[in-house]
Design a protein around this ligand. Sequence first.
Ligand code: UDP
Length: 442
Amino acid sequence: MVRRHSPHRVAVLSLHTSPLAQPGTGDAGGMNVYVLQTAVQMAARGVEVEIFTRATSSRDEPVVEAAPGVLVRSIAAGPFEGLDKHDLPTQLCAFAAGVLREEARHEPGHYDMIHSHYWLSGQVGWLARDRWKVPLVHTAHTLAAVKNLSVAAGDKPEPAARRIGEKQVVEEADRLTANTLDEARALVDLYDAAEDKIDVVAPGADLSMFRPGDRTAARRSLGLDADSPLVTFVGRIQPLKAPDVLIAAVAEIHRRDPSSRVRVLVVGGPSGTGLERPDSLIDLSRQLGIEDRVTFLPPQPPDRLADVYRASDLVAVPSYSESFGLVAIEAQACGVPVVAADVGGLGVAVRDGETGVLVQGHDPADWATAVQSLLADDRLRTVMASNASRHAENFSWVHTSDALLDTYARAAWRFGRTAGVERPAGEFSPRRPRGLWRLRRT
Ligand code: UDP
């Protein structure tokens, strides 16, 4: 079913990470999931999607059908392997050329909407928008100016050039989507974005995959001990995500209560500056004397990940910065309370005291107290678990994609207007998209 004024074919630009990559390691994470899941939903509504990404292996097929109506085009731009994320700007021209050449093989108007993800893709989207004369919608996912407000020890601040590049894209895009109201405010306050071109569109979770299930069966399927209290970290292993804070917190619980049986499960692979010392968490668990209490699993596909969540008593998201935190929603969708840092979108993803707990700061002692008090209260955890799965129902890719279609419609209208094309009388009146809140200044 195509809505009036829905685009026919969207060129989605995801330069630095492929939706076909396994999330949870390297540069693949929530953005990959977002790009793929919203594309699948768009296609189900009759909107074709072609996702352009940079080829990272000589084995990458130039084009793959990821789902009916969703093509992934891998563009050769720079070396296949081993290009550092910070060197990606050197390949923007090559990537842009690949995208423009693909479009030139088709009739004019082949793509009637561009949606770029992350600032690097926004740079290419802006050029393609000018050439193709179709609207550009941009989703930043993360912002350098926000990330740099809380840099983890051992991490590097984002370079000034990224912030400049982001600001250019913010200015050029016809519409911007932000994951949360706070991100929208950051776009206005830190990037001078025009308020009236921002839509707040919350990301989602695959609620058919992530749903409550049997904890014992999940533990059995993962080969985990049946009884010990289990606190789990899921995500890319890098200082920004702070899995070390969870390990130190659990060590502190064992120090406070030597009879404690609490264990930690860490699921994911190295990423970013975490790649420099991939074994650092194993070393840390050893130094803290809890190596026999920590289990590491490599990145898991979604069905196995659902079992990881179900097997857990709590899921911890201790990140220093998080534009939303899909892991927090997925865990709650599986009926698991979340202990999260009170940063970025986690304040929206987790309802403090109802579906989990938000912790201020990253002091392992505070994290130990939060985890310990939740593990000690079975009744509270049961209430939180049922609140959590209800709360997660507000976040689905169906909602996200509906809101994006509204954004596309508004972008089309704005683009027409800015390009001097008159708005067709009576055909479309831009309505308030789901999730768009007026930006209130506090
Ligand atoms: N993920 C996964 N397998 C893993 C670890 C993570 O599929 O082993 C996925 C997870 O389901 C989630 C995404 O990676 O959808 C991580 O998204 P999040 O927003 O939590 O963090 P990001 O990676 O975007 O910083």
